[in-house]
Design a protein around this ligand. Structure first.
Ligand code: CP
Ligand code: NVA
Length: 303
């Protein structure tokens, strides 16, 4: 057995991803029944954050404690990482001390390099390019609400960002069709779109994209690290706001998801998150359950 990492959705097979989602459902049930499940006593999760977080930090930390272990929050501001200690050295040192590590950083290449030098499993907790943990939660949420997503039509509206790239990977892994509507110049990774061209349809307008969808997803117009572009993007993306009226173009039983945090009056209308089709709070909660399943999978499948 070798070390298993989770740097993108493609690091696991479809069967493994589905197994983790089913396990997320089971662990959620155990949690609801207040049943103690502590298989990882004395095991430690290192959590490296170079960007802000609410959901990711709390779900990983609470999840590891619930599994019987402990978690250490490491912000680059307060560690030697922020003072220029090479990522390779940090990986070698930290992975001798903890059992599993999650990282939220800017470049995917930093995560890749860290994982090359780590002796323990490494989880991508968001980079500029991908956010695979969020996709696990989204897929669990869709499964719980509507059953299998296979063959369904999912629509991404807005910025072709880390979440959009992850939806492309998810389309390939979970076998669904993906409509994408972004403003010109804000498309997802070109190579990824080419690679999965057979299941992606680029649409010219958000209305055209949403029509007949089973799931509609959006995200902020300016991601972390793009703060200087906020005002320009607000103008460029104006037509891409999701509202209940926009959702009316989708299938009757369509769901709406957003990884959060959301900006009302920007990518979502004032009332969108409270619309009955919105499942954003369940989606956020599922980060906890499905990441516990992910930790369990990686720890039990790594040497
Ligand atoms: N969705 C998500 O990753 O949220 P945080 O930035 O709060 O962790
Ligand atoms: N695309 C957003 C997601 C935040 C969870 C960002 O990267 O800031």
């Amino acid at each position: 057995m070798s070390i298993r990492h989770f740097l993108t959705l493609k690091d696991l097979s479809t069967a493994e991803l589905e197994q983790i989602i089913q396990r997320g459902v089971e662990l959620k049930d155990l949690h609801r029944k207040k049943q103690i499940f502590e298989p990882f006593k004395n095991q430690v999760l290192g959590m490296i954050f170079e960007k802000s977080s609410t959901r990711t930090r709390v779900s990983f930390e609470a999840g590891m404690v619930q599994l019987g272990g402990a978690a250490i929050f490491l912000s680059s501001r307060d560690t030697q990482l922020g003072r220029g200690e090479p990522i390779e050295d940090s990986a070698r040192v930290l992975s001798r001390m903890v059992d599993i590590i999650m990282i939220r950083t800017y470049k995917q290449s930093v995560l890749d390099r860290f994982s090359e030098y780590s002796q323990v499993p490494v989880i991508n907790a968001l980079t500029d390019t991908y956010h695979p943990c969020q996709l696990l939660a989204d897929m669990q949420t869709y499964y719980e609400m509507r059953g299998s997503i296979k063959g369904k039509t999912v629509t991404w509206i807005g910025d072709g960002n880390n979440m959009c790239n992850s939806y492309i990977n998810a389309a390939a892994q979970f076998d669904f069709n993906l409509n994408i509507a972004t403003p010109k110049g804000y498309e997802p990774l070109e190579a990824l779109v080419k690679q999965h061209g057979e299941r992606i349809t680029i649409k010219q307008t958000p209305e055209e994209a949403v029509r007949n969808s089973d799931l509609v997803v959006t995200d902020v117009w300016a991601s972390m690290g793009q703060e200087s572009e906020i005002q320009d993007r607000a103008k460029i993306f104006r037509a891409y706001q999701i509202s209940p009226q926009m959702m009316d173009l989708a299938h009757k039983d369509a769901l709406f998801m957003h990884c959060l945090p959301a900006h009302r009056h920007e990518e979502v209308s004032e009332d969108m998150l409270d619309d009955p089709r919105s499942v954003v709070w369940d989606e956020a909660e599922n980060r906890l359950h499905v990441q516990k399943a992910l930790i369990e999978f990686l720890l039990t499948h790594s040497q």
